[in-house]
Design a protein around this ligand. Structure first.
Ligand code: PAF
Length: 282
């Protein structure tokens, strides 16, 4: 049974953080949408290695879901999330606001994002990064943490948030944390619970196909050809559709023609109604 206090309001959050900051303690924020798994808990552990105080936010952000997406069905497991966070022994506070606290009636402000937000996820989920950037900016302004930790699983999101924080002059340092994987290499995701057992087997091929593509890029294979072959390999493995397999500059996500700088392979593909994303450094 969790003994961690859940803070529902921004004003209460600020009141709780003030004495810690006044004492000179570093504060780390781990923003989440709940449905916590080992990947989230690894972010929490990284946060505690970087700061004396760890705040975890749990908020399923309606602004980053399109009307046809899974906002209503998104797993909400607040009680077990709190137990998992309490079990880590390093979390000081959970911020879990109701929707009207983050989006009060009449809310009419949103961030427009460019740069690393262009292409890839944005081609398929045009609303997504605006919604993410807006809620993360609100969380960073509310908590004013020294650092905030985000998983590299959502690599494009990490770059968009880093750019947003820099562009708005927010004082928080944005830290990326490595992807946590299942034994077969499937990246942990709250959406993996949607997979049937057959779909779960197919899902386990995504990381292998990407790892194979990385090796081909390192061996100087032609980038466009590797992207096409990997797409076909995913379809042959049982994915129903592939949104993209893209080999990009690791910092800007601009297309590249050869491996002359740090690069990243990113992919999104659907099995049934579940959309999976993954990425790897090359
Ligand atoms: O990655 C997520 O869980 C969400 O996009 C985030 C960063 C918590 C914003 O809602």
């Amino acid at each position: 049974m969790s003994t961690l206090q859940i803070t529902p309001s921004i004003s209460q959050l600020r009141r709780q953080l003030t004495p810690w900051r006044d004492e000179g303690e570093q504060v780390a924020l781990v923003p989440t949408m709940g449905a916590l798994h080992q990947g989230h808990l690894s972010l929490v552990r990284q946060a505690s290695a970087m700061a004396q105080r760890v705040v975890v936010s749990i908020f399923v952000n309606p602004a980053q879901f399109a009307p046809h997406e899974d906002f209503a069905a998104y797993p909400r497991t607040l009680k077990s999330d709190c137990d998992k966070l309490a079990d880590t022994g390093v979390v000081d506070l959970i911020f879990s606001p109701p929707p009207e606290e983050m989006y009060p009636p009449g809310f009419a402000t949103g961030l427009t994002v460019g740069g690393p937000a262009l292409g890839l996820e944005t081609d398929f989920r045009p609303h997504f990064f605006g919604g993410v950037a807006t809620v993360v900016a609100k969380l960073l302004i509310a908590a004013m943490p020294h650092v905030a930790i985000f998983g590299e699983k959502d690599y494009q999101q990490l770059l968009v948030i880093r750019r947003m924080a820099r562009d708005l002059g927010l004082a928080t340092e944005i830290i990326g944390a490595p992807i946590v994987r299942e034994p077969d290499g499937l990246a942990l995701s709250s959406r993996n619970v949607y997979l049937s057992s057959n779909e779960r087997m197919i899902a386990g091929t995504l990381n292998k196909i990407l790892a194979d593509a990385c090796n081909q890029v390192r061996a100087c294979g032609p980038i466009a050809e590797i992207e096409k072959q990997s797409t076909n390999a995913l379809l042959s493995a049982g994915f129903d559709s592939v949104d993209y397999v893209a080999i990009r500059d690791a910092q800007t996500l601009a297309p590249i023609e050869a491996l002359e700088q740090p690069a990243r392979i990113l992919a999104a593909a659907k099995i049934g109604r579940t959309r999976l994303i993954d990425n790897m450094s090359i």
